[in-house]
Design a protein around this ligand. Structure first.
Ligand code: C2O
Ligand code: CU
Length: 459
């Protein structure tokens, strides 16, 4: 299947069968792009960092005029801080649930034991806390964290719970890396506001995913950012519950993708459009050297601009970022599937291998250290079906093939989520380094809630 038709895919693009919600440009006045605060550790030793993250109920002003919106956030009213996780260190995070309902803290994309992973089995009751231990041992990359409690994941994310995890290391890559200056995160989400400016969540009305007509970037509508350097590194996170986003620049020029979900690509890839399905990430470089001072350039999703960059300076950066890509590309070689999984259905009837999630059932057993190839098949129904973003906890994988053909260049890197279009078969290869019970599921959060999830046990 062609997965570059994003929002219009097979007429549903993340929308339920009840109708479509198109993105529209907002009339809100421009405002500065909020940059999530970088979380300060409570304590740092030679080997370890200690952080505290708490869920909170809050209020946020999305609109210039009018009401505040009731929201959820980590250490604040909406979204959360950026947490740095240095490779080679142990990171302890004290997670505190200050909501009046259970939640969990899932570290999406981290290669860590199942017991620390924060899936539905590690729910934290209201007012309770739990310390997790994360031994960071993977490639630097842009990951994220979000809740994962049974039955409330989609709503809690929709109301604002999502934060950034940056796996870092000391290597000098020459890539822009000054946080908030030439290296910025953009958590992009679609939201639907009620007439009185609230986020009204109703899962039963949106069984194929909650979608909205308004784009927010780092929690704000119509954002602007002052660019002072020739090259800007943007870390894109599709934090939507269900909508696929096709990113492009307003002048139609190409940008350069340098990283996938779990780390740098072996080689940069020049693109004019980049599709991310829910929970996929990409790092891109945008070149401003040919623009004049005070020129504007917008980043858009499905043709709708949401963040406008204004050129304020042309500071030359120190490094040469092409130095980061000296390795020969890893051949994502084809190899026979060890397992086949079938995604099927819509709405409340979504299944994996004909089954819906059962917390008391282990669906797949594997040995620690083993490497497997899984064929993920999205079986169409009479109506066609939907693209399912398939995610596996506790691993980073490689995409070997899409329908028997090598994946596009910009998917030849570490991934933890892969879009599987209706009718498509995608082969992925991964090594199970950590023990414990892990989820694999569709990252349309309402599909996950409706049971499009299974359990993998590594021992
Ligand atoms: Cu982003 Cu099961 O998670
Ligand atoms: Cu799905």
């Amino acid at each position: 299947g062609d997965r570059n038709d994003g929002g219009m895919m097979h007429g549903n693009g993340g929308m339920g069968r009840g109708g479509t919600v198109e993105l529209v440009a907002s009339n809100e006045p421009n405002q500065r792009l909020p940059i999530p605060e970088r979380l300060r550790p409570d304590r740092v030793t030679d080997e370890a960092l200690y952080y505290t993250v708490r869920t909170e109920r809050g209020e946020h002003r999305f609109f210039n005029q009018g009401v505040s919106t009731e929201t959820l956030g980590y250490n604040g009213n909406l979204l959360g801080p950026m947490i740095e996780l240095p490779a080679g260190k142990t990171v302890y995070i004290n997670t505190i649930n200050q909501l009046d309902e259970p939640t969990s803290f899932h570290w999406h994309g981290l290669v860590i034991p199942g017991a620390e992973d924060g899936g539905p089995h590690q729910s934290i009751a209201p007012g309770e806390q739990r310390q997790v231990r994360l031994d960071i041992d993977q490639e630097p990359g842009t990951l994220w964290f979000h809740p994962h409690p049974m039955g409330a994941t989609a709503e809690q994310v929709y109301l604002g719970l999502a934060g950034l995890l940056y796996v870092t290391n000391q290597a000098e890559t020459g890539l822009p890396n000054e946080y908030g200056v030439d290296d910025i995160p953009l958590i992009v989400q679609d939201r639907l506001f009620t007439a009185d400016g609230q986020l009204d969540y109703d899962r039963q009305m949106n069984v194929d995913g909650t979608v909205g007509d308004t784009l927010i970037a780092n929690g704000a509508i119509n954002t602007t950012f002052d660019v002072t350097t020739n090259t800007l590194r943007v870390r894109l996170v599709n934090g939507s519950n269900a909508r696929n986003l096709d990113f492009s620049l307003s002048n139609g020029e190409a940008f350069t993708q340098i990283a996938t979900d779990g780390g740098l690509l072996d080689q940069p890839v020049s693109l004019e459009t980049l599709t991310l399905t829910p929970s996929e990430r990409a790092e891109i470089l945008i070149d401003f050297s040919d623009l004049s001072l005070e020129d504007d350039l917008a980043l858009q999703a499905d043709g709708i601009p949401f963040t406008t960059f204004t050129v304020r300076d042309h500071i030359e950066q120190d490094g040469d970022w092409t130095d980061a890509f000296t390795e020969a590309p890893v051949a994502n070689e084809a190899s026979a599937a060890d397992r086949r999984l079938t995604l099927f259905g819509m709405g409340n009837m979504v299944t994996i291998d004909g089954k819906q999630f059962d917390p008391d059932r282990i669906d797949i057993n594997v040995r620690q250290g083993s490497t497997e190839v899984w064929e993920i098949y999205n079986r169409e129904d009479m109506m066609g079906g939907m693209t399912h973003p398939f995610h596996v906890h506790g691993v980073q994988f490689r995409i070997l093939e899409r329908d028997g053909k090598p994946p596009p260049d910009n998917e030849r890197g570490w991934k933890d989520t892969v879009a599987v279009a209706p009718g498509e078969k995608v082969n992925i290869e991964m090594t199970f380094q950590e023990t414990g019970t892990f989820m694999y599921h569709c990252h349309i959060l309402e599909h996950e809630e409706n049971g499009m999830m299974g359990q993998l046990k590594v021992d």
